[in-house]
Structure formats: structure tokens, C-alpha cells
Write a protein that binds this ligand. Sequence first.
Ligand code: PLP
Length: 403
Amino acid sequence: MKLLQKSHKLDNVCYDIRGKIHQEALRMEEEGQRILKLNIGNTAPFGFEAPEEVVRDVIRNIPNSQGYCESNGIFSARKAIAQYYQQKGLKNVDADDIFIGNGASELITMTMNALLNNGDEVLVPAPDYPLWTAAINLAGGKAVHYMCDEQANWYPDLEDMKKKLSSRTVGIVLINPNNPTGAVYPTPILQEIVEFARQNDLVIFADEIYDKILYDDVAHRSICTLADDVTIVTFNGLSKVYRACGFRMGWILITGPEKRNKGFLDGIKIMMAMRLCANVPLQHAIQTALGGYQSINELIIPGGRLYQQRAAMYERLNSIDGISVVKPHGALYMFPKIDKKFNIKDDQKFAMDLLRQEKMLIVQGTGFNWPEPNHFRMVFLPSIDIINDACDRLEHFLKTYRQ
Ligand code: PLP
């Protein structure tokens, strides 16, 4: 009997946020153990709910959403998205520049498949949201990582980005606000990246799924508003800002010179058509979410739940001997550094040992394509009590842990 193997296409595809350690946590839960899960930016289990009005409009539209729709999505949702970018200052944007998908995840994979040929390189941040590296590699491309600088608020190291350019480079991924570091990039950095893309004919893939989850009065600038002569694919969706991860609703906006983009758009349209369309009832959430009351703002201002939880985790993590973390100004995560004295050589083992000993689940830094085993990611979605409990467990664990 010939044993079945996973395809070689998956040889360089890895998604550790739901990887081996996550599997072990599920196994432990099945045994009846209670695990503190700080591994995933899933809002609903932590009591963050989608706006009621959004849920109501989805339910109201179910009866008339029984057929497939056009592959790019229903018009009212695409129009609402176009208007969302018009309000950000983008002039020439229309519903036809928008493509709706089942979450940004699906669109990341589709976009990479639509554009990349074998061996094409894409510059990806380290650390990254690992779907990017996985999707590029799955599409036959090669993710080449540029470093983000922890000493400089985790901003992209532009010199390193430039050094990584080759004759095969076709694009740059930018995650802003960033997962896992929480960095929000200032406009001058974005302008330099636009200039770099312009000079080298690169496509910018801008993952802006946390664009409204901002703290401390930092402003977010959508990079597509900075240039109309560079091809920019902007990714966004309802999962985070509207606390609707399970709705699986995302979109891309493609801007830049029409003539240049034509072949790429043909590829996108083929990918869209192959899966017929995105979930239709949930597309009705988009217009209501984007045009309605922006309840996310209550959560991110001083006194708001996300703001307070971020403050609590930041303070408590930095108080642990051997742990230091840069304050995130956006998104839902921290990416703390583990001091050399713990001698961590394998951070997957670190995460597994922490899970088994303290029953808490984090994701190791190398899972985000960070090159050294000296970081990990925690989400600050849980209540302050749980955050404190998690940090107590981490502190207790580190008192004796050495590799
Ligand atoms: N991009 C980033 C940076 C993310 O953090 C996530 C989810 O955590 C996604 C994309 C995927 O989002 P979606 O739920 O729309 O598939």
C-alpha cells in the first residue's frame, strides 16, 4: 500500500499560529485541562462582539442571498468600500476596483497565485503575519524577509529592504498596523517605500486589516493614498475592526496605472471566478459596518477595554525579569523579547514547555519568521485579570526555565 503524503507544494508552507503547539493545547483541553489561550487574534471568545446593527442586517438579508453573486462581490458592499477609501483621500476609486473575498486570508492566497511565477521574489517583513510567507511560497514564489527594527519602534529597516532587492523581486509586503509587533508606520517611511517601489517597478501589498485599531493618538495613513503611479493592493476586512472574524469577510482594493495592472487584474478575475463568489449573506455586513457608528473607537480610547488591557499587559510584561517589550500603538498583540540568560535555542520547545507546565498558549517568534529564537507573541484580548494571571504564570515559569 502506498502511503499518502502531503504535496511538495507545501514543503515551505508553515502556519504556526495553528500549528503543533496549538494541536497539543487542544489535546490537553480534551483531557479536561483548562488552557489560557493567548495565541490568536480571535475577538468573539474574549467577549468582543460585532455591532448589533451589522448582525441584524446580515440576518435581514439572508432570504435574498440564496444565489451566487458576481465573483467580485455585491455592488452595494463594493461601493461602500470604495467610499471608505474616498474618505481616506483617494480620488479615483470606484466599486470596480474592489474585490470581495472570504476574509483577507483567502485574498492573500488568491493574489499571490494570480501574480507570481515560479521563483518570483516578494519582500516580506520579519517578523510577519505568517500567512504572507506561506501564501507566497505556496504560489511558487519566494518570500525574502527584510528586518523590522525593534530599537526603532519595530519600523521597517529600509536599508535592509533595499539590500534584499534582486532582479526577481516583484513586490513588497507591508503590514501596517503590524501583526505581531503593533507598530504603526509614520508617513515619511511609507513615502520612502513608495519611492523604492516606484524606482524598481514593484507592487506594494498593503495589509491594513487593523487600520482603525490605533492607540495614543497615532494616525494611520493608507499607503494607497500616497501614489497613483504605483500598483498597490490594499487588504482589509471586517474581522478585527468590526470584531467579526467568523464572518470571513475581506476585500482588496487595487490601485495604480490601469495599463500596467491589466494582466494582473485578468489573473485576479480568474482566481475570483474559480471560487464563484464569496459568502453572499455576510457581504451585507460590509455597508452597514463601514458606514455606521464606529464602535471600535470606544475600545481604543483611554478607559476603553482594549486600551486598558494593552496598558496592563505592557506594564506587567516589562516588570518580569528578563522580558522586555516595545509598546504597540496599533492592533491586538505584543511581541516581547526573551533575554539571552535563558539560553533559548529552540523557541518552539519554549512554547511547548510553557504550555505543558503553565497551561498557557503563546506563539513562538520563529512562527512569525523572526530569525532568532528570542521572541514570542501574546494577544491582549483577554480581560485584565486573565492578562495578569498569564503574566504571573510566565514569570513563574521563567524563574527556573533554562534550555
Ligand atoms: N492579515 C493580518 C495581518 C492578520 O493579522 C490577519 C488575521 O489575524 C489576517 C490578515 C487575516 O484576516 P481575515 O480574518 O480577514 O482572513
